[in-house]
Every structure is written in structure tokens, then in C-alpha cells.
Design a protein around this ligand. Structure first.
Ligand code: ADP
Ligand code: MG
Length: 230
């Protein structure tokens, strides 16, 4: 199946850290990801952008760059006519940061309406004693500042997943406090269960973070992922 192939191919190449090039893992487990793909040339990027409706998000794809925005490696809201130059700019930023960085390409992604949604984090950490631990909480730029997360041992049942959604301090935000649109809690709960299943199925996954998993009234979108495998 698709997930096994992605992990085996990475292992064959001797890679232990994967980024957005591994989004197919999430697709394979039914965790929604934005439309788009990875371009290897500026021309590729332009044609990918034309397939996606509206402005796009572009991100450097490199196993040597784990925190893409730290080096200016994420451009949000690029219009079609800006895609060619943005590709070249992203690659040159990567080169400036680390001249010998491996650059796999540039991801061209549908722009997700983060203003209407809540950025959450959904992750897995393998514990030597308990096995995979699933973590959920407030994500995006808040993750370090707020430290609002909750953890369960996989496999996480539907009830436990529901418990995670109400455990965090930000739970009222997800339920639509202060005139906010309530997030699609069913989609969030399903994503928790599916990631728990992925971690249970593949012991090679030591660590995985979806940050952010954007939750809106219409569902969830995993816009970024990174993982460590052995
Ligand atoms: P990194 O965490 O490596 O810096 P991300 O892919 O998480 O890179 O992008 C950084 C931030 O940019 C995200 O937290 C999110 O706020 C925004 N962002 C990323 N992708 C999208 C997208 N497709 N639509 C809207 N905003 C995005
Ligand atoms: Mg991120």
C-alpha cells in the first residue's frame, strides 16, 4: 500500500527525516491535505499553480531545512504570475542558509483559509515503554508559547479522541466561543484516530508532527508534516 512504499523508499535512500514530501502518508490514511504537489523546476511550479484555484503557498522542500519559515522558506499567497520568481527565490534562500543543502524542490500548495480556522497540532512520539503516544493541541505559532497539548497512548479510541478535543484549554475555541465558527470536531476526531492507526501500523515512525492541522467548520487540512523514521 501507498504508505508502506513511501516509508520503504525513504529507508532505502537512507533518509531518517522527512518533510512535506511525505504528505502522501497522510493521504493514504485519509487525513486531508491541501491540493498541490512538489515542483522540481520553476516551470513545473507554474503549471502546478495553474491546477490549483487561486493564489498558492510555496515551500522549500529539503531534508536539511526542518523549520522552513525560519529561513524564509514559506511564501503564503503567491499569485500565479509570481510563482516562477518565488521558486528561484526559495531555492536561493536555501542555498544562502546552507550551500550544500539537498533541495528536493518546492511544494506548491492550495492556500488554506487559516483566518477562518484554528491551527492545531497533531503528532506522534514513540515512547520506549508505552509505544506511540498521540499528542493534540493548539498549533501554529502558539504551540511553544501556550503549551496547550494533551496526550494518549495509541491506539486511541473514539472516546479517547473526543476526550483529547475537550481536554485542552483552547477547547472552547474549537467549539466556537465568542462568535467564532465551531470547528468540525468529527473531522478532528477522525484525524486523531487515523494518525493513531498510522503510528500503530508502522513502528518505524519514531516521531511525526502535523503542524499546523488547520481546523475549520468544513473539515481539517494538514498543511505541514515532518517525521523521523528509523
Ligand atoms: P514550517 O513549520 O516548516 O515553518 P509550515 O508549512 O508549517 O512550515 O508553514 C508555516 C506557516 O505558514 C504555517 O504555520 C501556516 O500558518 C502558514 N501556512 C503554511 N501552509 C499554508 C497553507 N497551505 N495555507 C495557509 N497558510 C499556510
Ligand atoms: Mg509547520
Amino acid at each position: 500500500e501507498a504508505a508502506r512504499e513511501i516509508l520503504e523508499e525513504a529507508a532505502d535512500r537512507g533518509e531518517t527525516r522527512l518533510g512535506v514530501e511525505a504528505m502522501g502518508l497522510l493521504d493514504a490514511y485519509g487525513i486531508p491535505t491541501p491540493e498541490g504537489g512538489i515542483a522540481e523546476t520553476p516551470e513545473d511550479a507554474v503549471s502546478l499553480a495553474h491546477e490549483v484555484e487561486g493564489d498558492v503557498v510555496m515551500k522549500i522542500v529539503s531534508p536539511d531545512i526542518l523549520h522552513k519559515s525560519d529561513i524564509g522558506g514559506v511564501k503564503v499567497g503567491v499569485p500565479n504570475e509570481g510563482v516562477y520568481d518565488a521558486y528561484e527565490d526559495l531555492v536561493s534562500r536555501a542555498r544562502n542558509y546552507q550551500p550544500d543543502a539537498t533541495v528536493l524542490g518546492v511544494q506548491v500548495q492550495e492556500l488554506v483559509d487559516t483566518d477562518r480556522g484554528t491551527e492545531t497540532i497533531l503528532g506522534v512520539n514513540r515512547d520506549p515503554q508505552f509505544g506511540p503516544l498521540v499528542l493534540f493541541g493548539l498549533g501554529g505559532i502558539f504551540v511553544e508559547v501556550m503549551e496547550d497539548t494533551t496526550v494518549r497512548v495509541a491506539p486511541v479510541s473514539e472516546r479517547e479522541a473526543d476526550g483529547m478535543l475537550s481536554d485542552i484549554h483552547a477547547a472552547p475555541l474549537l467549539r466556537g466561543a465568542r462568535g467564532r465558527e465551531p470547528a468540525d470536531l468529527d473531522a478532528l476526531r477522525e484525524s486523531i484516530e487515523r494518525l493513531s492507526q498510522l503510528a500503530t501500523d508502522f513502528p518505524a515512525i519514531l516521531e511525526l508532527d502535523i503542524n499546523p492541522l488547520v481546523a475549520t467548520a468544513d473539515g481539517v487540512q494538514a498543511v505541514d508534516v515532518r517525521l523521523t523514521i528509523d
